[in-house]
Design a protein around this ligand. Structure first.
Ligand SMILES: Cc1cc2nc3c(=O)[nH]c(=O)nc-3n(C[C@H](O)[C@H](O)[C@H](O)COP(=O)(O)O)c2cc1C
Length: 415
């Protein structure tokens, strides 16, 4: 929008009516002293409106829109990572260090991005990761996300910390969904959550194992972020989340989650459910081997979106290590820093069966509700399709290790 369209007098009148008197008087006194403050404000407002109404062309555009749309406290809660956020940055930058080796003169007139996870067909290997508190982004919260995932013909993993209940999300629309679980000190709580998820048709349990306690999310501590009521615990337990130190989320996690959980406990989980178990939060070949030995049905390479241990490795840098250890016995998935179709392509080339996205979904939801989430999923799928066409891969199974080059490959070839 050009600056000529600004009618400063009109803007000043609107400001007078809508601003608190204290602010208006302050701005007016600046004008009296020669500063064209209303003109500056009018331009800034117009730029903001133009940005909000512009159509995003890539997933990261939604991040900017979410920042404009959300109160700072909520935006920080979604966007932030642990401590110095080294891993947060590296989750994204590690993808950028991988290049693609395109092959040409392959018939790519038809591209098929469809695949399956645990036997369930999906339109592309991009799932919705479990993330807490969607209502902070949009009033219809997880219901909107669930509908968007269903429309995109993909699977949503519902977070234990959802702001609509297991049952409400199940009733929102017909689709294959998984449920993410933590193990609580009170095992009966985990058992009951799991039973509810089973009863309401969730097809797998995603057990998150990287959170024996909560990572230090310093934005939340600084902002005094208030813990969102745990909808799924209503009527099960009441927790006092007041805390002098750290955030209320830390206080909740420390009081409820079982930090003594060990590999042996996977057997307990297996004994109380018939659902397949995906273990989320594996970052080493040692733990990948143990997970397979423990009998899980799938592994999610994840550092919890860099919200737990700062300086944990960027997920894509350890994907291959995990894939090699697993030896094809169970599917390996990855999340963390996936923002482009080329990122999905790279993860698949390194052996992931699919990826999950966390923040992009939240940003889509905050910016444009259900439609925003649908657009985010569509954008990534379309970008993946383009990456496949331009790399000579008509279908998902054609994407192979030879299609990417990591920095360590260069070193190996020099030795
Ligand atoms: C705001 C937020 C809340 C999250 N809540 C959960 C959760 O409740 N359970 C869980 O297993 N992971 C949770 N995660 C981690 C995500 O499942 C996922 O691992 C991560 O977001 C992937 O990284 P990305 O955001 O870069 O895509 C959360 C992540 C974010 C950003």
């Amino acid at each position: 929008m050009s600056s000529e369209t600004v009618n400063v007098d009109e803007f000043q009148e609107i400001a007078k009516q809508s601003l608190p008197k204290l602010y208006y008087d302050y701005y007016a006194s600046l004008v009296d002293r020669g500063t064209d403050v209303f003109k500056a404000l009018a331009h800034a407002t117009q730029a903001l409106l133009a940005k909000i109404s512009s159509d995003p062309v890539k997933v990261e555009d939604f991040k900017e829109l979410a920042k404009l749309a959300l109160p700072k406290v909520y935006y920080d809660f979604y966007a932030g990572g642990a401590e110095d956020e080294h891993t947060l940055r590296d989750n994204i930058q590690a993808f950028q260090r991988i290049t693609i080796r395109p092959r040409v003169l392959v018939d790519v007139s038809q591209i098929d991005t469809s695949t399956t996870i645990l036997g369930y067909p999906i339109s592309s290997p991009i799932l919705v990761a479990p993330t807490a508190a969607h209502k902070l982004a949009f009033p219809e919260g997880e219901l909107a996300t669930a509908r968007a995932a269903a429309a995109a013909k993909t699977i949503m993993v519902l977070s234990f910390s959802s702001t609509f209940s297991i049952e409400e999300v199940a009733s929102s629309c017909n689709a294959v969904r998984f449920f993410q679980l933590y193990i609580f000190k009170r095992r009966d709580v985990s058992r009951q959550l799991l039973q509810r998820a089973e009863r309401y048709g969730y097809k797998a349990v995603v057990l998150t194992v990287d959170s024996p306690r909560l990572g230090r999310r310093e934005h939340d501590i600084k902002n005094k972020m208030i813990a969102v009521p745990e909808k799924n615990l209503e009527g099960l337990i009441t927790i006092d989340v007041t805390s002098d130190q750290g955030s209320q989320f830390e206080s909740f996690a420390n009081k409820t989650l079982d930090a003594s959980l060990r590999w042996e406990d996977i057997q307990w989980l297996k004994s109380i459910t018939t659902l397949p178990i995906l273990i989320k939060g594996i970052l080493t070949h040692e733990d990948a081997t143990k997970a397979v030995e423990a009998g899980v049905d799938g592994i999610i390479v994840s550092n919890h979106g860099a919200r737990q241990l700062d300086f944990a490795p960027a997920t894509v840098t350890v994907l291959e290590e995990v894939v090699h250890a697993v030896k094809g016995k169970v599917p390996v998935l990855l999340d963390g820093g996936v923002r482009r179709g080329t990122d999905v392509f790279k993860a698949l080339a390194l052996g992931a069966q699919a990826v999950l996205i966390g923040r992009p979904v939240l940003y889509g939801l905050a910016a444009k509700g259900e439609e925003g989430v649908r657009t985010v999923l569509e954008m990534l799928k379309n970008e993946l399709e383009t990456s496949m066409a331009l790399s000579g891969c008509p279908s998902i199974k054609d994407i192979s290790r030879s299609h990417v080059r990591m920095q360590c490959d260069k070193l190996h070839s020099m030795l």
